[in-house]
Design a protein around this ligand. Structure first.
Ligand code: ZN
Length: 275
């Protein structure tokens, strides 16, 4: 019941308050479509699934020589395991960018295990309460080996304490879920922690020469970029120093009563995050 309520709250929030649902335009070849999800090809061995319950919540499917990796399961997509198996025949590992109903929703029950950041485990009873499988933990900086493709796990707390980004260094991109907000960051940790996250990811983007991070609500033109995250870092520092004061967030949800804006994004937060 609690899960349904939080699903409904998030759903109403995403669809009415935050974003217009809008039409989804993704240029890659469509490889699967039904009334709950559509999968498009991003490159030879990478696909994005777009749900339609919470502003095109994104699922990413990565294939290597030996294994495939599903990053997030969306909201409530029936037979997601079978859908994924129709795209790749490789043995599948399932991971989550964070524990929220539009990323680890009821479709998680299609899979017998999921790997999450342990710092989001506090949300499991509330957000994934009916999950029958086993919850396992990712380690910061661990490498997930898909055979000829290595994916690095990076803890990026901000949106949730256990938000996580997955980096494909060789491909020059990553998958950051809602860590940087897809244009609207709902901050649930303090600014100091988020600044550390921004510095950690920007130094990695520079040294690995990453082009961008695919976000948790992908719409073909809204990737997270180095310059945007650097700007978020600067604005966050200015909030901490008092140089910038947040304005009252009139569309306050989840108790996030304040907001600041930068180039192409808002950050919603609480006074208690200013430390
Ligand atoms: Zn989220």
């Amino acid at each position: 019941m609690k899960l349904i309520l939080s699903l409904l709250t998030l759903s109403v929030f995403f669809q009415t308050t935050l974003f217009a649902q809008g039409s989804l335009i993704i240029n890659g070849k469509e490889v699967f479509s039904n009334n709950e999800v559509v999968f498009h090809q991003l490159d030879d061995h990478t696909w994005v699934g777009s749900g339609n319950q919470m502003w095109h919540e994104s699922l990413y499917l990565l294939e290597g020589k030996d294994k495939a990796l599903l990053i997030d399961v969306g909201t409530d997509i029936k037979d997601l395991d079978k859908i994924v198996a129709s795209i790749t025949s490789k043995p599948l590992m399932v991971v989550a960018t964070h524990v929220h109903p539009d990323h680890t929703g009821p479709s998680i029950n299609c899979f017998s295990e999921v790997f999450i950041n342990p710092n989001d485990s506090v949300s499991v009873p509330r957000m994934m309460g009916d999950y029958k499988g086993s919850v396992k933990y990712l380690k910061d900086r661990e490498i997930i080996n898909l055979g000829d493709r290595q994916i690095e796990v990076l803890y990026t707390p901000g949106h949730t304490p256990g938000s996580t980004t997955f980096i494909d260094k060789a491909a020059g991109y990553g998958f950051s879920g809602d860590s940087f907000g897809t244009g609207l960051l709902l901050l649930s940790v303090n600014f100091s922690t988020f600044i550390e996250t921004c510095e950690k990811i920007t130094s990695m983007m520079e040294s690995y020469k990453l082009k961008y991070l695919y976000p948790g609500h992908f719409n073909d033109n809204n990737m997270e970029t180095l310059s945007k995250i650097e700007d978020m870092c600067k604005v966050s520092k200015d909030v901490l120093s008092g140089k910038i004061k947040g304005t009252v967030n009139t569309e306050s949800q989840f108790g996030l009563k304040l907001k600041v804006s930068g180039k192409g994004y808002d950050i919603n937060y609480n006074e208690s995050a200013v430390k």
